[in-house]
Write a protein of this length. Structure first.
Length: 380
């Protein structure tokens, strides 16, 4: 009876969640559908770069190809020990829109990236600020369409989901599962609703009205947040400003990670921070995910009768939900078969990050240690 009840509850959760996700995805517009306005405000693109020599030149060249008429690019070299600074200086010699800023020291109480973005914003002159990463590749009309979207919608903040390019089937499968889990958790389509608590922020593309950014205190209130992109969106929403999300497929792209070990290390700093360094929250989330996502597959081998059929229905609901979500991210729909394996990998990443953070009493990220006590104090 207990396993039958669990299967029935899981099926109800999956069906209601799938319906909500299907409706929500259809409320998120693609930037390609946005007509460009003739008169557009000045934009400052702010890029934080630390040891990004592998992708920096390629990504910056796409930024420099943007056909936006009134643009400045502020690239902050955050204490890099590789050729990042030299690449920026070389590109700036023939490009007046590009202004390199070199940070040589990190002030106490700041995460490196947050400080770099704050430094770049302080030097900006644009009416709008685009916070982005050093490995994002843009289509020439991406910024014109994004600003037109924001201005037409009378927004203060627009987050754009990039298309994630990946090397290999395993990484592509994980991205499909990750986008699904994130959407079910964050419900980003509700960010536009002022009365709802849901919010959104995406490190690849956070376009913010400069006045709103200054009034919320910039990055200073989130100076020690590894998940600064999401928390910036939360700050904007909490302070009564309007935000929305758009799909950048075809206009904004990023190679998220190139190998599975790189993926595991890359999510190390964010995973525990996402639940405010709360161990009980990690345990609860793990139990829920294993029960809802992984157990139905195991139950086909271990149960029978009505319980077996209910778990089969759960798997069918997951498959439909995954396939529908994958369509919006241009991902293979048949990758739903890997859901239990990607869920286990997701759990490994979360628990690895949690235990490492507790063992090290903080986060070691890109050559800097951030004590756990300080990280916990910076709640938003």
């Amino acid at each position: 009876m207990i396993l039958t009840g669990l299967a029935l509850l899981t099926l109800l959760l999956l069906v209601t969640g799938s319906i909500a996700l299907a409706r929500g995805n259809r409320q998120i517009r693609n930037l390609r559908e946005t007509p460009c306005l003739p008169d557009l405000p000045r934009v400052s693109i702010i890029i934080a770069a630390r040891n990004e020599e592998r992708n920096l030149a390629h990504a910056l060249e796409s930024v420099l190809r943007l056909d936006y008429p009134n643009l400045e690019i502020i690239a902050v070299n955050d204490r890099s020990t590789d050729a990042t600074g030299q690449i920026l200086d070389r590109l700036a010699q023939n490009e007046p829109r590009l202004r390199p800023v070199h940070v040589t020291e990190l002030p106490p109480g700041w995460l490196g990236k947050c400080h770099a973005l704050q430094t770049g914003a302080a030097a900006a002159t644009g009416e709008w600020l685009l916070f982005t990463d050093a490995d994002i590749v843009y289509a020439p009309d991406a910024l014109r369409r994004a600003v037109s979207f924001a201005v037409t919608g009378k927004l203060d903040h627009l987050a754009v989901m990039p298309f994630m390019t990946h090397a290999g089937t395993v990484l592509t499968m994980f991205v499909g599962a990750f986008t699904l889990f994130f959407a079910m958790y964050a419900r980003p389509w509700r960010a536009r609703e002022p009365q709802r608590p849901e919010h959104i922020g995406i490190g690849a593309f956070n376009l913010v009205r400069a006045e709103a950014y200054q009034r919320i205190g910039g990055h200073e209130p989130i100076r020690l947040r590894p998940d600064d992109d999401l928390k910036l969106g939360k700050l904007i929403k909490k302070n009564g400003y309007r935000q929305d999300i758009a799909n950048g497929n075809g206009l904004v792209a990023v190679e998220w990670y190139s190998t599975v070990p790189e993926l595991v290390r890359g999510l190390e700093k964010n995973s525990f921070a996402g639940v405010e360094y709360n161990l009980l929250a990690v345990i609860a989330a793990s139990v829920a995910q294993l029960a809802i996502i992984v157990w139905p597959f195991l139950a086909l081998l271990l149960t029978g009768g009505v319980t077996w059929w209910l778990n089969l229905a759960c798997i069918a609901a997951m498959a439909v939900c995954y396939a529908d979500n994958a369509r919006f991210h241009s991902l293979p729909r048949w990758h739903w078969v890997a859901i239990p394996f990607t869920a286990v990998l997701f759990q490994f990443i979360i628990w690895r990050a949690t235990l490492l953070t507790l063992w090290r009493d903080g986060i070691d990220w890109r050559g800097t240690h951030y004590p756990l006590a300080e990280l916990k104090r910076n709640r938003v």
